[in-house]
Design a protein around this ligand. Structure first.
Ligand SMILES: C[S@@+](CC[C@H](N)C(=O)[O-])C[C@H]1O[C@@H](n2cnc3c(N)ncnc32)[C@H](O)[C@@H]1O
Length: 189
């Protein structure tokens, strides 16, 4: 028996492999938090769940070198690369991993990313803070910042971002600096 308000509306399916494009407008405030050298470009970044390239393309516009891969080829970068398995891209000297991962594997994406890059930025629902399953992560490898959008960031299942339309969910950039111990700082961006 569906419970009103708790079930997905009829006809609205979760995307296979959790594909939702992220508004590229989420990148400038992230780079501002990371600092002026990140706004200046020239970092090596892995977008390891690139989708249709919405985040990669704007990072490239800033002058960053971006390795773009995804499990499924969606018109940008290299497809057929399962980030949760060993890949030929694992050993490059990345400055950061930046992505909006499939939410159901977000913990696994963060854990692997922290083994690979010194800075890890994940666009995630605020609900990522919840769940006992993530206790060890928040205890042993807490994020340095949780940067919440003052104006709700948009995601889109068909990669269109109609003007004025806002997301039903509240997202933030969760930003890890490998080795950071302490409480995450909440930022409003
Ligand atoms: C929420 S979408 C985000 C796409 C893109 N990062 C963006 O922000 O526009 C998540 C993406 O993760 C990809 N994905 C799912 N499982 C994956 C895996 N194990 N390895 C790599 N990519 C995966 C999906 O194919 C999908 O394109």
């Amino acid at each position: 028996m569906p419970i009103r308000g708790l079930n997905r509306p009829e006809g609205v399916e979760r995307q296979p492999e959790d594909f939702y494009a992220t508004d590229p407008a989420t990148i400038p405030p992230l780079l501002k938090v990371l600092g002026s050298d990140w706004e200046a470009g020239n970092k090596l970044i892995w977008e390891c769940a690139v989708g249709a390239g919405h985040l990669s393309q704007i990072l490239e516009l800033y002058g960053h070198q971006v390795i773009s891969t995804d499990l499924i080829y969606r018109g940008y970068g290299v497809g057929g690369v399962d980030f949760l398995q060993p890949t030929p891209y694992d050993d490059l000297p990345y400055d950061a991993i930046i992505t909006n991962p499939p939410f159901k594997y977000a913990l696994e994406f963060v854990e692997k990313s922290l083994r690979i890059a010194p800075v890890v930025c994940m666009f995630l629902r605020i609900g990522f803070i919840e769940s006992e399953r993530r206790d060890a992560l928040f205890t042993n490898n807490p994020p340095r910042y949780i940067a919440v959008f003052r104006k709700r960031a948009r995601t889109s299942k068909n990669a269109a971002f109609p003007k004025g339309e806002s997301s039903a969910m509240c997202h933030a950039w969760f930003i890890w600096y490998r080795g950071y111990k302490g409480n995450p700082e909440i930022l409003r961006i």
